[in-house]
Design a protein around this ligand. Structure first.
Ligand code: SF4
Length: 276
């Protein structure tokens, strides 16, 4: 069992507790399934975490070093030159906090009383003093990655839009245009030879954060309701969870029944022993 996964977390971290905050990933969980979101935030049982992707983390760390070099020099990174982006990495006294997991960019949202937060990968600033949100991605796929056209990319787009919304509430002038710096490891080499070759592409995305405010109000309504939201019919995990739960209860009842029957039979046996 993972040393990090605690199915029953300290209630101080649940909704209503002093340490609860609404992270960008929790908003995404709500959009995917209000029931799982509720079980996590209100009842205190989160889904088990996925395995950490260490290669992705290494790519992120190296991108960060590269862009920090250009941040310090206030020069364009080669990918900005290649794609004709009129920007340099953004210098700001809070940039390291905004990029740090478990800190990030935060804001207090008065209508809900929520503190909302999310850690960005990077920010660039253009010649009009507008800030662009930047996200680093790493993967390994055939072909060149030059668009976000898959259904599951909706999560990436929402992520970008939440960051734009958070930064606007931190008094920055934020462009609707954000960038994904995509590193794609090639599988076309003859041999591994202790190396991965990456093709790095830049994908721009024009965000629209107008959904964030109404979603926060929906989240508040969900969390303040004592009823657990319905499960999605399409989610195989919930069907599994329900079926497994019923199977376990049935098994327990059968064993209990056998035990009770066994006790009665031995009592009958004892009585019979005394009779004969
Ligand atoms: S349907 Fe069930 S398991 Fe699936 S995401 Fe929702 S609550 Fe979680």
């Amino acid at each position: 069992m993972s040393q990090y996964y605690k199915p029953n977390r300290n209630p101080g971290w649940n909704y209503g507790g002093p340490r609860w905050r609404l992270s960008r990933s929790k908003i995404d969980l709500f959009m995917n399934c209000p029931r799982c979101f509720y079980v996590d935030n209100k009842l205190g049982t989160a889904r088990p975490p996925g395995f950490p992707f260490n290669i992705n983390s290494a790519v992120d760390a190296l991108f960060k070093k590269e862009f920090d070099f250009h941040r310090k020099a206030q020069t364009k990174h080669p990918i900005m030159e290649e794609y004709g982006v009129d920007a340099v990495p953004f210098q700001h006294p809070r940039i390291d906090i905004w990029r740090e997991n478990f800190k990030g960019v935060d804001t207090f949202h008065e209508p809900t009383g929520f503190t909302i937060s999310g850690a960005v990968d990077d920010l660039w600033v253009n010649s009009k003093e507008e800030v662009h949100v930047v996200d680093y991605k790493a993967t390994s796929k055939d072909g060149t990655i030059d668009s976000l056209d898959q259904d599951w990319h909706v999560g990436y787009k929402r992520q970008m839009e939440i960051y734009q919304w958070l930064l606007r509430r931190n008094d920055l002038t934020v462009s609707n245009v954000g960038y994904f710096v995509y590193a794609n490891a090639s599988r076309d080499r003859e041999m591994f030879d202790n190396k991965l070759d990456f093709e790095v592409t830049l994908i721009s995305y024009t965000g629209d954060d107008s959904w964030v405010e109404p979603t926060l109000l929906n989240i508040k309504t969900c969390l303040d309701d004592p009823r657990v939201p319905k499960a999605s019919d399409e989610c195989e995990y919930c069907q599994y969870r329900e079926a497994a739960g019923k199977a376990l209860v049935k098994n327990k009842e059968e064993r209990l029944h056998e035990k009770v029957a066994g006790v009665s039979e031995s009592k009958v046996g004892q009585k019979n022993d005394t009779l004969f």
